[in-house]
Design a protein around this ligand. Structure first.
Ligand code: ADP
Length: 445
């Protein structure tokens, strides 16, 4: 059993976790940087500890400081949220070694899935389809070219330790690949401290469709259906929805089964996501994210299951509250409201001078911002998530229009106007989505 949860995160997800803890009757400890002293997650937690200066590497990423905060406050469990230390297997291990409960998967599962080349090999051995590509990190430029020629261009180079779209390079011929090989390695080294890259076949216009899984310590693994996350800019998700407009019950069954196999292959526990690319015919494993994801609320909206609460219960040794894949009811869409220029996507830090939330049926907002809040320049630009739901996709889109028009965030530039234009786009309305959607959308302007 657990009784006091330290939240090793900030922003909307820290508040989301506090909300679940409150419902579960668990006490909360917020850790924060000096820049987040006045944040809402700090105000809402039962206890708080400042763990360092603004920069994440000396605060939210400082393992010693986070563990010390847990010891000082007598917390007995740690929830890492997403980002920061969430997929750091070493941190998960340290948490366990200090006698604290890790609210997440076993460190070994994080490690196996964290190295993407290993993850590909692991799931392929369990008959989960992967794109043709390298089984091991590439050792030389010429080896890369040789492999690419055997599977056919275009190919994509990816950092083995990758995440957040960094270290990825597409090459459509040998010349481009030779050049991309060095840049990708360099970028990977800089971003992740490991230069290893691998390559796989590049699909020109696929959909990104992922499956939410939940597993408990009693051997039960359940897939909760898919989310479509094809609307991305620079390989980063902008809008996510559940269910996917193209996934029928037969395909859902196959994807869920594959996702379940991935989780079972690594002895998974807690919430995780298996990401696939789907080209209209087949779907292929891309990676598994071993944490709760930003877009988890759309799955919550269509299944009625509180995923973070389930995580807390599983960490406390309880079984999942459901036995099999839940029924999907209605449709939900999440819009990431970022503090950024809607055209250039440049971050737009500043002070929130005005704030007004939409009202009416089918609206959920997960956010940490308040009027007068200063958006710090040190962290990611996510201000809020607007989640709308309806009986079907059409109703959800209509509600999105109403909710986006009523959502007022003054003082910084936001992605709200961009979302308003996207939901009026005929391809979006018809559900004709692909990861190239935003590129085509920008060209149409
Ligand atoms: P990261 O972990 O850095 O986010 P992912 O492997 O999840 O990287 O890929 C992010 C996005 O990059 C995908 O959603 C997709 O848009 C694009 N992508 C990745 N691999 C491929 C591929 N083989 N073919 C086409 N697009 C891809």
């Amino acid at each position: 059993m657990i009784s006091k949860v330290l939240i090793a995160n900030r922003g909307e997800i820290a508040l989301r976790i506090i909300a679940a803890c409150r419902e579960a009757g668990l006490a909360t400890v917020a850790v924060h940087s000096e820049a987040d002293r006045d944040s809402l997650h700090v105000r809402m937690a039962d206890e708080t500890v400042c763990i360092g200066p603004a920069y994440a590497n000396v605060s939210y990423l400082n393992i010693t400081a986070v563990i010390a905060a847990a010891e000082i406050t007598g917390a007995d469990a740690v929830h890492p949220g997403y980002g920061f230390l969430a997929e750091n297997a070493h941190f998960a291990e340290v948490v366990g070694e200090c006698g604290l409960t890790w609210i997440g998967p076993p460190p070994e599962a994080i490690r196996l899935m964290g190295d993407k080349a290993t993850a590909r090999r692991t799931v392929a051995a369990h008959e989960v389809p992967i794109l043709p590509g390298s089984a091991e990190p590439l050792t030389s430029r010429e080896k890369a070219v040789e492999l690419a020629e055997s599977i056919g261009f275009p190919v994509i180079l990816k950092a083995s330790a990758g995440g957040g779209g960094k270290g990825m390079r597409v090459a459509s011929d040998a010349r481009e690949l030779r050049h991309a090989f060095d840049t990708a390695r360099h970028e990977a080294e800089r971003a992740f401290g490991v230069a290893d890259v691998y390559l796989e076949k590049y699909l020109t216009s696929p959909r990104h469709i992922e499956v939410q899984v939940m597993a408990d310590t009693h051997g039960r693994v359940v897939a909760l259906g898919e989310r479509e996350c094809s609307i991305q800019r620079r390989h980063q998700k902008l809008i996510e929805e559940a269910p996917s407009p193209v996934v029928d019950e037969e395909l859902r069954g196959r994807m869920c089964e594959a996702a379940q196999k991935c989780a079972e292959a690594v002895g998974y526990v807690s919430a995780g996501t298996v990401e696939f690319l789907y080209d209209g015919g087949e779907f292929y494993f891309m990676e598994m994210n071993t944490r709760i994801q930003v877009e988890h609320p759309v799955t919550e909206a269509v299944t009625g299951i509180d995923l973070v609460l389930e995580q807390l219960q599983v960490a406390g040794g309880q079984p999942l509250s459901f036995r099999r894949r839940p029924k999907i009811t209605g449709h939900a869409i999440e819009f990431r409201i970022n503090a950024e220029d809607p055209v250039t996507f440049a971050p737009s830090p500043g002070t929130i001078t005005e704030l007004c939330y939409p009202v009416g049926p089918g609206v959920r907002i997960d956010t940490h911002i308040t009027k007068g809040y200063r958006v710090p320049p040190y962290y990611d630009s996510l201000l809020a998530k607007l989640i709308v739901s309806g009986r079907d996709r059409r109703e959800a889109i209509r509600r999105a229009g109403r909710a986006l028009s009523m959502l007022v965030v003054g003082g910084v530039k936001t992605s709200i106007p961009l979302h308003q234009r996207i939901i009026e786009d005929p391809d979006f309305v018809e559900g004709r989505l692909s990861t190239q959607f935003m590129e085509r959308f920008a060209q149409r302007d």
